[in-house]
Design a protein around this ligand. Structure first.
Ligand code: FRU
Length: 517
């Protein structure tokens, strides 16, 4: 099923799709917002209604902005708006009014935002620096009319740090020449060429454009028709430089989401490591590389304009079942904000992603011990807050299993298997799983062959409806949604090897809620 058909299919669920005019209906109001069953406590989720991709991630004047694909009138996908939240630390978020509404040119699809410090766009007024959003217009009428040119690129600007927006009267800034899937502009300032560069996707490849004023764009190169995974349409590109850890070398990374054909089914996020000379991105990478091996980290991109680190946020869902998950007044959450780093193992570059250090301020250790497990031994730990916890240890062990469970028999298993070099996540009995066939019908695998022969860290962040597993500080990552119908209260640790293993600094921390402070 192509994504265009998918959008149409989803739209059939919702009456409002025929109406592409500005629509500001009453929002459904939840009585106890952020306390409903399955509501994440330390991940961002919208107050009510449907959310998908993070958009316009930009830092300006002490504020991290998180815009996102939002349909305020239902808990399924519909006419897309940009929702908005802000934060000073990426831990605590404050919900803000909707930033961009659909209009006569179409729904507001995914895109990015930049700080136009030098007023290249001319949008500045009274010395106020413009934030400029670059997004895709998706014309539903165009799609339904069987045309191919229904996605175009447009811009809007804000002079009050993201609170209110004005759409540019000259939109679209990039028209369409009959490319059906032509969307998700990610723009950044490229110092060496003193110009703005845009990464855009066009079906099975990425296109790059250049501009000096954000209004006029020239196509400069293409990448990827013959490279990488192509199990689904390419979406949500992001191109940025990263220093290789511990060296002076800088490489460029291109992130691409694919709507199907991910490592464990459905949506997934791949990346390429290569070089960008100001015009062309090239990479001699042969194999597929996945930023996350779990099923639920999609459409992720990085912040523009942060003072230091390269920070990534993804949408914690999968198009296979996103509209069917068993939540009530809202749907879906974002991953934890994660710092990206590029690490070299032998000749191989790997993109690691690991929660930002600021998350640690929410954690309160309740259990800390050095644990020794004899061959084939099992240890049980009881802990009331496992569904809001951060569990970590370091080990040389390669054969063991961690199980989180509740007294209803629901459980989540994470198995480390040395012989196959696999880490296997089993959510088949993790709680509510039967809302859609693919969700709970198979194991999820991650190949950890490149794990160094030494102690490595295992860290598991468990929230009400998600589990994020980070191995060796984000060298290997799996993000999954789970829907336990009662809190997990017991953890089993099984040594499945025939020798003693040590779990050093084993700790369970309770993680506070970001919505009660
Ligand atoms: C990715 C995506 C984007 C598109 C948006 C529409 O999940 O399909 O390609 O812009 O969602 O909501």
């Amino acid at each position: 099923m192509t994504r265009a058909i998918f959008f149409t299919a989803v739209c059939l669920f919702c009456w409002a799709c025929n109406d592409v005019s500005v629509k500001q209906a009453e929002r459904p109001v939840a009585e106890k917002v952020y306390q409903e069953p399955f509501r994440p406590q330390f991940h961002f989720s919208p107050p009510t209604s449907w959310m998908n991709d993070p958009n316009g991630l930009v830092y300006h004047d002490g504020i991290y902005h998180l815009f996102y694909q939002y349909y305020p009138d239902a808990t399924v996908w519909g006419p897309m708006h940009w929702g908005h939240a802000i934060s000073e630390n990426m831990v605590h978020w404050q919900n803000r009014p909707i930033a961009l509404y659909p209009d006569g040119q179409g729904f507001i699809f995914s895109g990015s935002a930049v700080v136009d410090e030098n007023n290249t766009s001319g949008f500045a007024e009274g010395g106020k620096v413009p934030l400029v959003a670059i997004y895709t217009y998706h014309s539903m009428q165009g799609e339904k009319g069987g045309r191919k040119d229904f996605q175009t690129q447009a811009i809007a600007y804000s002079l009050d740090n993201g609170e209110t927006w004005t759409k540019y009267e000259g939109n679209p800034v990039i028209g369409n020449t009959a490319i059906k899937d032509f969307r998700d502009p990610k723009v950044f300032w490229h110092d060496a060429t003193q110009s703005w560069i845009m990464a855009l996707v066009a079906g099975d490849h990425a296109k790059f454009y250049r501009s000096t004023n954000l209004k006029e764009w020239n196509h400069i190169s293409d990448f990827g028709e013959e490279q990488g995974a192509h199990g689904g349409v390419w979406e949500c590109p992001d191109l940025f430089p990263l220093k290789v850890a511990g060296t002076d070398e800088t490489k460029w990374v291109l992130i691409i989401s694919i709507g199907s054909g991910g490592p464990n089914g459905g949506s997934g996020t791949q990346y390429f490591v290569g070089d960008f000379d100001g015009t062309t991105f090239s990479s001699d990478q042969q194999e597929y590389k996945w930023l996350d091996w779990g099923t639920d980290n999609y459409a992720g991109v990085t912040y523009n304009n942060t003072p230091g680190d390269r920070i990534f946020i993804g949408w914690m869902s999968n198009w296979q079942y996103a509209v069917l998950t068993p939540t009530s007044t809202w749907r879906s959450a974002m991953t934890l904000p994660r710092e990206l780093s590029l690490r070299k193992f032998g000749d191989d570059y790997m993109l690691a992603n690991y929660p930002v250090a600021a998350m640690d301020e929410l954690t309160v250790p309740v259990e800390k011990t050095d644990m020794v497990l004899e061959a084939a031994a099992t240890k049980e730990i009881f802990h009331a807050d496992l569904n809001q916890s951060d569990i970590s240890f370091t080990t040389e062990g390669r054969d063991f299993r961690l199980t989180l469970m509740n007294d209803k028999g629901e459980n989540l298993k994470v198995t480390f298997d040395a012989a196959s070099h696999l880490v296997i996540v089993d959510r088949t009995e993790s709680g509510a799983v039967d809302f859609q066939q693919e969700f709970g019908n198979k194991l999820h695998y991650m190949n950890v062959r490149q794990l160094p022969e030494s102690d490595y860290e295992v860290r598991l962040w468990v929230d009400a409806s998600s589990v994020e597993l980070f191995i060796n500080k984000g060298q290997f990552v799996m993000t999954q949604q789970i829907f336990p119908t009662k809190d997990y209260t017991k953890m089993l640790i099984e040594n499945t090897s025939d020798s003693t293993i040590e779990l050093k600094d084993f700790s369970i921390s309770s993680v506070g809620s970001i919505w009660q402070n």
